[in-house]
Design a protein around this ligand. Structure first.
Ligand SMILES: *Cc1c(COP(=O)(O)O)cnc(C)c1O
Length: 360
């Protein structure tokens, strides 16, 4: 067996240990004689798996007791609609911060439900930075303030938590949740599609302050009503059972390696190594403001875009795949999520040097 280094933005690399464990348990989970895939979501085995996953996630993020943890479906993109449907609570407006492709889509979707005000934007410089708090024009009558805390495509990460006063703060944290410790109490709601940094596709995690739910707008489908899902333990309909199970194994892996403080240390080391190599190069370039660079998604360009294909081909020959940048921005992008080992980044950095020496 040989594993490649997969720099995909999502679905993305998972810890080898987790995949091996899922493999071992595939036919017979803990003597049940069943695969997790075959279990009733209402049976005692699966209930135990889901409860343990929630407990471990709560422990990892130190989620306060007055927050609900929901295991939903529909991806982060469904949250673009589900958030306004649930959190406007009779208000007509919401504030959004525009920092890239994902926040742009969130805004577009929300416009069907409310008046969206763009409180801050980084469009003036091609979405290459995070607008400072002083530049945010917030409105006191907004139902909530939404931002994307890590723009997966542009590679811009907020390394600080915005202060929105009494107005609940909502974060699309899809591509960096669990990459570092997070003060959940600063947020009204945090959501993340699992397939970036948490587990398989099909699962969306929502962490929401209890007092904000229960006032969904009329016409909200019941599976999209946070309160109804919270009351039903995220099992109003059949949840993504296997994805929850694998995410649970990822939570255990994180706990074993020392939790999110240790995870952050490792992620910082990987990101530093890669950015230092890009900054030292005269051939490769990171377009993002150094202060706001993502530790998870690292876009970069070649001095000569006509060499892009040769770069990707050489990477593949060296066991590294999915380095092509998003179609909307071009260039390259290396996603170096939790499960990407340091060795993968070392190999990439070595290849950057080799390629530059040959072509620059
Ligand atoms: C991938 C991604 C999404 C979309 O996720 P889906 O699960 O495909 O709906 C939304 N926001 C961010 C920040 C993402 O990285």
């Amino acid at each position: 067996m040989s594993r490649i280094y997969n720099f995909s933005a999502g679905p993305a690399v998972l810890p080898e240990e987790v995949l091996a464990r899922a493999g071992d348990e595939m036919l017979d989970w803990h003597g049940s004689g069943m695969s997790v895939m075959e279990m009733s979501h209402r049976g005692k085995e699966f209930i135990a798996i889901a409860e343990e996953a929630e407990r471990d996630l709560r422990e990892l993020l130190a989620i306060p007791a007055h927050y609900k943890v929901l295991f939903l479906q529909g991806g982060a993109r469904l949250q673009f609609a589900q958030v306004p449907m649930n959190l406007l609570r009779g208000k007509a407006k919401a504030d959004y911060v525009l920092t890239g492709e994902w926040s742009k889509l969130a805004i577009k979707e929300a416009q069907a439900y409310c008046e969206v005000r763009v409180a801050a934007s980084s469009e003036d410089r091609g979405f290459t930075y995070a607008p400072a708090q002083e530049a945010w024009k917030l409105s006191a009558d907004a139902g909530y303030v939404h931002y994307c805390s890590n723009e997966t495509i542009g590679g811009v990460e907020f390394h600080w938590i915005p202060d929105t006063g009494a107005v609940p703060l909502v974060a699309d944290a899809s591509s960096h949740l669990l990459s570092r410790p997070l003060d959940v109490s600063r947020f009204g709601l945090i959501y993340a599609g699992a397939q970036k940094n948490i587990g398989p596709a099909g699962l969306t995690i929502v962490i929401v302050r209890e007092d904000l739910i229960g006032r969904a707008q009329k016409g909200t489908p019941s599976v999209m009503d946070y309160k109804l899902q919270a009351d039903a333990g995220s099992m109003l309909n059949t949840p993504a059972t296997y994805s929850i199970y694998v995410a649970g194994l990822v939570f255990k892996w994180l706990k074993r390696l020392g939790g999110l403080t240790e995870m952050e240390r490792r992620n910082l080391a990987k990101a530093r190594l890669l950015y230092e190599a890009l900054d030292a190069s005269r051939f490769f370039r990171s377009p993002v403001e150094p202060r706001d660079r993502s530790r998870m998604n690292v876009p970069f360009t070649l001095a000569e875009p006509k060499l892009d294909d040769a770069f990707l081909k050489g990477a593949k020959e060296r066991g590294m795949v999915q380095l092509k940048g998003h179609r909307t921005v071009g260039g390259m992008r290396a996603s170096i999520y939790n499960a990407m080992p340091l060795e993968g980044v070392e190999r990439l950095v070595e290849y950057l040097r080799e390629f530059e020496a040959r072509h620059a």
